[in-house]
Design a protein. Structure first.
Length: 192
């Protein structure tokens, strides 16, 4: 097994090996419908959000890939009391959205075990969350950019905004037809 991983690392490089480790997560998203029936794509239960998170949040995020003409995407999240999430990213509608307390890639990047799982009983500034969802429709209709799913990662700031970013499903290369669409510097404000 170790020789196989070493061979894969040399032939794929670090990014390729990371992609190989991440692909099962996105495959699980597709196979489970990203949480239909109250579970997330990784098989966990939906997080029951604290009251400050429940409601409609809207804002935008800045696209960081160089193959789109658009520079920003509108983001709207409607967080329900049961942990379900609806809304939009760009021109796409979120389907089977589920709120979680951290994103699954945190396992790869070394997020400590103590920071995963259910959120604390009281919501504090700095708490990290994720929304995992399937996408219905194109992310950018004018450019015909479509993907199957998205992970939106954010934290609650002391000024009570949600800040973070997102990454769609896709590959690490291949341009607008295949690549992940990534965006950062997302700022969402609670709507009345």
């Amino acid at each position: 097994m170790m020789n196989t991983l070493v061979t894969l690392k040399w032939s794929l490089g670090r990014r390729g090996l990371l992609l190989l480790l991440i692909l099962p997560i996105f495959a699980a998203m597709g196979a489970t419908g990203c949480g239909s029936g109250g579970t997330s794509g990784s098989g966990g239960a939906a997080t029951q959000p604290a009251d400050p998170l429940i409601g409609r949040w809207a804002g935008e995020t800045h696209i960081i890939v160089n193959w789109t003409q658009a520079h920003t995407l509108a983001v709207q999240l409607d967080i329900q009391a049961d942990g379900g999430v609806t809304g939009k990213v760009g021109d796409a509608t979120l389907k089977d959205g589920v709120l979680g307390s951290t994103h699954p890639l945190g396992l790869v990047y070394g997020v400590p075990e103590s920071s995963r799982g259910d959120p604390p009983a009281s919501l504090e500034a700095g708490d990290h969350f994720q929304v995992t969802a399937r996408l219905d429709g194109p992310l950018i209709a004018a450019e015909q950019v479509s993907r199957d799913g998205v992970i939106i990662v954010f934290h609650l700031t002391p000024d009570r905004t949600l800040r973070g970013g997102l990454t769609s499903t896709g590959s690490d290369f291949g341009g607008k037809d295949y690549m992940k669409l990534s965006a950062r510097n997302m700022v969402l404000r609670k709507q009345p």
